[in-house]
Design a protein around this ligand. Structure first.
Ligand code: GLY
Length: 365
């Protein structure tokens, strides 16, 4: 269910088992952060976690909005990129929260992309056994995926997102004009996750993405806002049904097992969305070969991924991808859960013996 709150702000209501909240999508809505925090979380201290790219751009408007709403504002600025999503940075954030005399009634505002959101969300979930968090995603990937649904994490030496919690935010504010300050390469990378939503659940969304790439020419913010909202609705429908990834939520991992393997093999130099796009192409080609979906489906997915300027495969060896997949969270003993494509907008989760998954990787080349 979604509704219009006012002319400019679209609301998507998330009703997960452990908490309900609104995702607000609109243009120039960062000034809503303070009033939204007051309405949904309360408290006295707002602890903004941001990074060295985003804070200079949007820190001031967010801080002002929080002060105007009666908060004492403290800010922690972390570095940029996946490399900072560590236990040691998490520990530093927690100490700074204690320095700011935060209580469990207060809130963190996560202002940035997926890395900031995951880190700040994790900090909020464990500080004094849990305070509030307001997610303010500024990247496309964070808007359509990581800020919604309550997954929080840091990376371990052994892999990405291996320590984390499920912890739903008090609200999410996606202010679409923030996307204009993201470099085009990063925006393009995030399109991998956007395409995933179309392939996974919505043939009409996929047709719209196919019609004209959203990363081409000048950004059409109104169109992008509608697409962001649609992706959030799809994710909401999944999370409302299965918050803890016991069943349906696994479909969000379409392309991710091979994608994570490519990401790790590239030492995280290739972006997450690009790796998911490549992983999805492996899967859809293998599905067509196994006659699980028509050839035309594989052709449409691969050619659209290509039109967006994203990778459609990888020259990393099957053995290397397979070894990485064995370390994946989706492996259970000798079996691994894989999201298979049956049509555009239709997928299913299959449990395959790991040996068969190796064959699937080979078939997907
Ligand atoms: N990013 C996948 C999920 O939230 O479940």
């Amino acid at each position: 269910m979604s509704e219009t709150k006012s002319k400019d702000i679209q609301l998507v209501h998330v009703n997960a088992q452990s908490g309900s909240y609104d995702v607000m999508v609109g243009l120039d809505i960062l000034s809503e952060v303070g009033p939204t925090a007051r309405r949904t979380a309360g408290g006295n201290v707002a602890f903004v976690v941001s990074n060295t790219n985003v804070n200079p751009l949007y820190g001031e408007v967010v801080n002002r909005s929080l002060s105007d709403a009666g908060y004492t504002v403290a800010t922690k600025v972390v570095g940029v990129g996946e490399a900072i999503k560590t236990m040691s940075v998490l520990s530093d954030v927690l100490e700074c929260m204690a320095d700011a005399q935060m209580t469990r009634d207060d809130l963190i505002v996560a202002l940035g992309g997926g890395v900031v959101g995951d880190l700040a969300g994790f900090a909020a979930s464990i500080y004094m056994r849990g305070c509030h968090v307001l997610q303010v995603p500024t990247s496309l990937l964070a808007m359509v995926d990581s800020s919604v649904g309550g997954k929080t994490a840091v990376d371990l030496v052994h892999g990405k997102n291996l320590a984390g919690t499920f912890f739903q935010p008090s609200a999410v504010i996606a202010s679409i004009e923030c996307l204009t300050t993201i470099n085009r390469q990063l925006f393009t990378d995030s399109c991998g996750e956007v395409l995933k939503y179309g392939v996974m659940s919505d043939a009409e969304l996929f047709r719209e993405l196919e019609r004209r790439p959203i990363n081409e020419g000048n950004y059409d913010l109104e169109r992008i806002g509608k697409i962001v909202k649609r992706c959030i609705e799809i994710k909401r429908d999944v999370v409302d049904t299965d918050e803890r990834e016991k069943g349906l939520r696994q479909i969000l991992n379409l392309g991710h097992t091979i994608g994570h393997a490519i990401e790790a093999e590239s030492s995280y130099t290739l972006g997450h969305g690009s790796c998911v796009a490549a992983g999805m192409c492996f899967i859809v080609r293998a599905c067509a070969k196994r006659q699980l979906c028509p050839d035309e489906v594989a052709q449409r997915v691969v050619s659209t991924v290509e039109r967006y300027g994203l990778p459609t495969g990888s020259n990393i060896s099957t053995d290397s991808l397979y070894e990485r997949a064995l370390a994946d969270k989706k492996r259970h003993g000798d079996f691994i859960n894989v999201v298979l494509v049956r049509d555009i907008g239709k997928v299913e989760v299959a449990t395959l013996p790991v040996d068969d998954f190796r064959v699937l990787i080979e078939e997907g080349r």
